[in-house]
Design a protein around this ligand. Structure first.
Ligand SMILES: Nc1ncnc2c1ncn2[C@@H]1O[C@H](COP(=O)(O)OP(=O)(O)OP(=O)(O)O)[C@@H](O)[C@H]1O
Ligand SMILES: [Mg+2]
Length: 222
């Protein structure tokens, strides 16, 4: 599902990623951890082609994403759900609309989109806020809407960057179990986090990023 070859990313002459090789099979669940500034978010952005590599290649679902045309990239992105740190909700749409919008865009009918959006929001404890606008929500609530939006259309690959950053322990646990269910249904999931309690809560393949390289790839704890 994911293949990285000699992936290198330089910002302003600083080498953030220094030739990373990685292979992730379809259906895997993996954590990406490492100190703040290690390059976790950068790696996820490269996978989503939100950034371009300085050198090396990125393959997702068999396609070389750093060389795709805009059109093909848009098609590929439909299979990928992303939860990024700088998530953006549509300001003038309600919570429910923020989620149904993506589903409608994916081609779902209004009824199905509405039903599925409601189910995911309920799972994340947000159904009572469905008519609210993002600006009146707390940071954690907004984050959950962004998560609901990424998960609702059942993408094949989910890239989540610190998805529990603004959540309390109960909600973080609920989110993790939701991700587990989705993984069980076949989706590949990659979660970047520096929260070790998440790693402890769920045994999974864990990558530790250090000094621009994958220093460890195995079960947690190392
Ligand atoms: N667009 C950018 N321009 C310049 N430098 C950047 C840019 N994006 C990231 N960096 C730098 O790259 C390094 C890695 O950043 P990144 O956000 O990937 O780290 P991270 O591991 O996700 O950290 P955190 O745990 O704090 O989220 C940092 O030193 C950061 O300042
Ligand atoms: Mg980050």
């Amino acid at each position: 599902m994911i293949r990285l070859r000699n992936l290198t990313k330089t910002y302003d002459g600083r080498r953030i990623l220094r030739g990373i090789d990685l292979q992730v099979e379809a259906g895997e669940f993996l954590f990406l951890t490492g100190a703040s500034g290690a390059g976790k978010s950068t790696l996820l952005k490269l996978l989503y082609a939100a950034e371009r590599p300085t050198a090396g290649g990125v393959w997702v679902a068999g396609q070389r994403v750093d060389q795709l045309s805009r059109h093909k990239l848009a098609l590929l992105r439909r299979k990928v759900g992303v939860v990024f740190q700088d998530f953006k909700l549509l300001r003038h749409k309600t919570v429910l609309e923020n989620v149904t919008f993506v589903l409608r865009f994916q081609g779902l009918g209004a009824r199905d989109a509405h039903r599925r959006a409601y189910q995911v929001l309920k799972r994340l404890g947000l159904h009572h806020r469905q008519s609210a606008l993002p600006e009146v929500l707390s940071g954690g609530e907004q984050q959950r809407v962004a998560i609901a939006r990424a998960l609702a259309y059942q993408p094949r690959l989910i890239l989540a960057d610190e998805p529990t950053g603004n959540l309390d322990a109960d909600l973080a646990g609920e989110l993790l179990s939701l991700l587990c269910d989705i993984n069980y249904q076949g989706a590949t999931i990659m979660v970047a986090t520096h929260d070790h309690s998440l790693l402890e809560a769920m045994p999974a393949r864990t990558l530790i990023l250090n000094q621009g390289l994958i220093e460890y790839d195995g079960s947690w704890p190392p």
